[in-house]
Write a protein that binds this ligand. Structure first.
Ligand SMILES: Cc1ncc(COP(=O)(O)O)c(C=O)c1O
Length: 353
């Protein structure tokens, strides 16, 4: 990981916090390397967690504000730490009914599924009609109107509806909230607008972000805005470096076997067949076409076909770019594979993501 690149991202996120008067919480499920969390914690307003284990990590990193959300909670575990988190969102009206009386000092909210029509790959689109993540707007509003006494403790609403989104999608979400939640907004103390924001992309329009957030806060000055980005915190901050163990030729295909596996280090490929960014490759054909594969016994352990700019040899490194978010946290030891080592690279890292 490049601390310089992380500093650059954190500086950008801090700028957003200051200029738009919002709070940014790092989402631990995307990246939880213990040695780096205190740096993130020092710079941002807090952390967003999903379990007791993540609570302990956030505490150790001295997170200032801890927000807890999971699709469902185990009562026995939740009672052990709900008092120590500052805010929590429940995912369903059933969970709200069961747990709303716990954690007297903890600010409580509900996750809503706004079912926005925006373009997101379906495996990670929380807006789907049939999604289990969050309460549909109509269902919530009906319950709120019919039994408002059930919601007297409700202090927040949580919308995680975006994915690698530009500010235009965020504006869509803000307008949606203003249009549909008029009756609820006056009693709220916070809105959590989830993750999925490309905040650290150099093309993210910070001015439009600031303008729209300040406009909303003018209408509802008692509402604090939280964002809980994952991917954008460590975007462009680190590579995953593998070595070539063997190159076998089957018919005309050159197959490279790496000291990794999609099951152990590159789970996103296994789940969604994602094409990764590999150093020294290009999209146009070259004479150096290789199929990159893993070293497990799974026939489908195939990373993909890439056009390299030079010939590869046993012992060479193959470098996967921008691999910090969601890869370190998902590593397994399947097939006797070892987890990847994490190390800091202090050289100047100047890529523009
Ligand atoms: C509820 C919630 N909040 C925040 C995030 C972080 O999203 P991202 O890494 O896209 O910013 C996720 C990711 O799945 C999530 O489910």
């Amino acid at each position: 990981m490049s601390p310089n690149a992380l500093d650059r991202n954190l500086a950008r996120l801090t700028k957003l916090e200051t200029h738009a008067n919002v709070k940014i919480l790092h989402t631990l499920k995307s990246f939880n390397e213990q040695s780096i969390l205190p740096l993130i914690s020092n710079n941002l307003s807090g952390m967003s967690i999903s379990s007791k284990k993540e609570f302990q990590m956030a505490k150790e990193a001295s997170a200032k504000h801890i927000h807890l959300y999971a699709p469902a909670f185990k009562e026995k575990e939740l009672t052990g730490y709900i008092d120590d988190v500052q805010s929590i969102s429940f995912n369903s009206l059933g969970q709200w009914e069961r747990f709303k009386h716990l954690g007297k000092q903890t600010s409580k909210g509900l996750r809503i599924n706004p079912r926005l029509h925006i373009s997101i790959p379906s495996h990670c689109n929380p807006n789907l009609e049939e999604s289990r993540l969050g309460i549909g707007t109509e269902e919530f509003l009906k319950a709120f109107e019919n039994k408002s006494q059930n919601f007297e403790f409700l202090e927040g609403l949580h919308f995680h509806a975006l994915f690698q989104s530009s500010v235009e999608d965020l504006v869509l979400l803000l307008n949606y909230i203003l249009e549909h939640f008029k009756e609820v907004l006056p009693q709220l103390k916070w809105l959590n607008l989830g993750g999925g924001h490309s905040f650290t992309n150099i093309y993210y329009d910070i001015d439009t972000f600031v303008k729209n957030l300040l406009k909303f806060q003018k209408l509802f000055p008692n509402i604090t805005f939280y964002f809980e980005p994952g991917e954008s915190v460590t975007k462009g901050c680190g590579q995953f470096i593998c070595s070539i163990l063997d190159i076998v030729q089957i018919a005309k295909k050159k197959i490279v076997i790496l000291d990794t596996s999609i099951e152990t280090h590159l789970l996103d490929i296994a789940i969604v067949n994602m094409k990764l960014k590999v150093k020294e490759t290009q999209s146009a054909p070259t004479p150096y076409c290789y199929e990159l594969t893993g070293n497990s016994c799974l026939q489908g352990d195939i990373i993909g076909q890439y056009f390299f700019t030079k010939e590869l040899h046993i012992g060479d490194q193959v470098v996967f770019e921008d691999m910090m978010a969601y890869s370190m946290v998902k590593m397994t030891e399947f097939n006797g594979m070892e987890k990847a080592n994490f190390y800091l690279d202090n050289s100047n890292f100047l890529e523009n993501f």
